[in-house]
Design a protein around this ligand. Structure first.
Ligand code: ADP
Length: 494
């Protein structure tokens, strides 16, 4: 990737899009569309179908019909694998076009997007394609006069609701294992980041995925997302997004067919720095990257910095220096380290958190404001706030923006207590040269992922999932497959 290749794509016209139902592009049943606003400069990029509940029902019916007639679920695993591998290859072949389209839609800096979006999506789909014919049923250790077989069956129709921060990467985390196991899927992309994911769905069909197996409906969460959640014909609902929406999805399930609901929600992940960290400069740079990349719009972002009191001032200074060295700007420029905030609404919410933090005694050391208004887009300076108390809003509530709250601690016991003092439990990090302490912290901090002497970058071989109000179930690794299968027992008298 070089800048001239990006520049050749950055101004390209973006065609209007419909839903994808039964392998065809279709408009909303009432003809409604919604504008797609680029966070880069606030311009309208294109329009997509603004779906109705009837559109969602048509997509679910298509998925159900495709599942029931076995056009995918009944295909030999080797044939399914071939389609998915071809799909991954097509994503790789179109990576730059997909990445630039995605960045124009959601604002992530291109340096990150090229790897985290098409790169990671292709890798994820390939991983599950390669796995699908290596997953066996089981024979139970019964007495000799019976045979107990445990079959692993696809669940049927999977509903997948995707957020706007990494639409292709997170989309692939759900689509890869769901499709590999023979399910049919109805996808609901986020309002403010649908274009690249919809293109990825086109490519699945180009790769030979039969029509109806993967349907995608664009529009408002409260309308089409609700219709998906309330459907009597969706067997499993998988979601990444906010806690408020996750709570609603559980209610939809309870009010309809009690479908299984898997939620990957927010976090308030502590990054814990001990004075004996092996390299404090490195720790400061990684801590800054771990909260400011993609403008903090990362579910595992290390948004709470817990620093041992003896190094607090020096370490904060190093983090501020690292933050100020990260250029904020047009996400399509390769020199940009921090791109645009996804939407004006999100930017306003971020700024609101800064005001609240100040009113609760926090001190803004750097950032705290909107910048680059002349470009017309939505940009925020990386923000470091010290003196954040354990009960402050900035400790307890996820911002999902480039805002780092700092709290100091005196010893390991206090660090652990502070780390665990939120309703969340998605990720965390600990920096120390003391091996025993590192292991103790891994055990005692209540999270799904704990980093040691690094932050972020855990690849697709390990599971990602939260505890507490960060959710349930796992994306990535072979563990993700559990969400997309049913176990069925055959108990056979011999
Ligand atoms: P955020 O608040 O960060 O935008 P959301 O949880 O609202 O996160 O959005 C994540 C996804 O959830 C998006 O695809 C959005 O359309 C969808 N969504 C939002 N509200 C609902 C809802 N009431 N029912 C189902 N899906 C929803």
């Amino acid at each position: 990737m070089d800048q001239s290749q990006i520049d050749a794509l950055r101004g390209a016209a973006v065609a209007k899009r419909g839903h994808i139902i039964d392998g065809k592009s279709v408009p909303a049943s009432d003809g409604a569309t919604m504008d797609i606003v680029s966070p880069i400069d606030g311009s309208v990029l294109t329009q997509v179908a603004c779906g109705t509940a009837a559109d969602m029902e048509a997509a679910i019916a298509s998925a159900r019909a495709s599942f029931d007639d076995g056009r995918w679920s009944g295909m030999p695993p080797a044939a399914r694998k071939k389609v998915l591998l071809k799909w991954a290859d097509l994503i790789d072949a179109n990576a730059l076009e997909l990445a630039v389209l995605g960045v124009r839609d959601n604002g992530t800096e291109i340096n990150m997007a090229i790897k985290a979006e098409p790169g990671s999506a292709a890798g994820t789909i390939r991983y599950y394609a390669e796995a699908l014919d290596k997953i066996y049923g089981e024979i139970a250790p019964t007495s000799a006069d019976v045979l107990g077989l445990i079959h692993k069956e696809p669940v049927g129709v999977v509903g997948a609701i995707i957020p706007w921060n990494f639409p292709m990467m997170i989309g692939a985390w759900k689509l890869g294992p769901a499709l590999a196991m023979g399910n049919s899927v109805v996808l609901k992309p986020a309002e403010t980041a649908s274009l690249s994911l919809m293109r990825m769905v086109d490519l699945a069909h180009d790769a030979g995925l039969p029509p109806g197996v993967l349907n995608a409906v664009t529009g408002e969460g409260a309308i089409v997302g609700e219709a998906l959640g309330l459907s009597m014909d969706v067997d499993v609902l998988v979601f990444t997004g906010s806690g408020g929406t996750g709570r609603r999805l559980m209610e939809y399930s309870a009010r309809s067919n009690m479908k299984r609901v898997y939620l990957e929600l927010g976090g308030k992940s502590p990054n814990i720095i001990f004075a004996d960290a092996p390299n404090l400069d490195e720790a400061a740079k990684v801590a800054a990257g771990g909260i400011f990349r993609n403008s903090g719009q990362v579910c595992v972002a290390g948004s709470r910095l817990l620093v041992e009191a003896s190094i607090h001032d020096d370490f904060v200074a190093a983090v501020v220096k690292a933050a100020e060295a990260m250029p904020v700007g047009n996400p399509l420029d390769m020199t940009t380290a921090i791109g645009a905030v996804n939407s004006e609404v999100q930017l306003a919410a971020n700024l609101g958190f800064v005001e609240t933090a100040k009113s609760e005694g926090g001190e803004v050391i750097t950032g705290g404001e909107r910048i680059l208004q002349d470009i017309g887009g939505f940009y925020m300076a990386p923000t470091v706030i010290t003196g954040v108390t354990p009960d402050a809003t900035l400790t307890q509530k996820e911002v999902f923006g480039p805002v780092l709250g700092v709290t100091s601690f005196s010893d390991e016991t206090e660090a652990t207590r502070l780390a665990n003092a939120t309703v969340y439990g998605l990720a965390g990090g600990v920096w120390t040269s003391n091996l025993s302490r590192a292991h103790r912290m891994v055990k005692s901090v209540r999270t799904g992922v704990m980093h040691v002497n690094t932050y972020g970058g855990a690849d697709g071989t390990v599971p990602l999932g939260g505890v507490g109000q960060s959710g349930n179930g796992h994306d990535k690794s072979l563990h993700a497959i559990e969400k997309y299968i049913n176990l069925k027992t055959a108990w056979i008298k011999l």
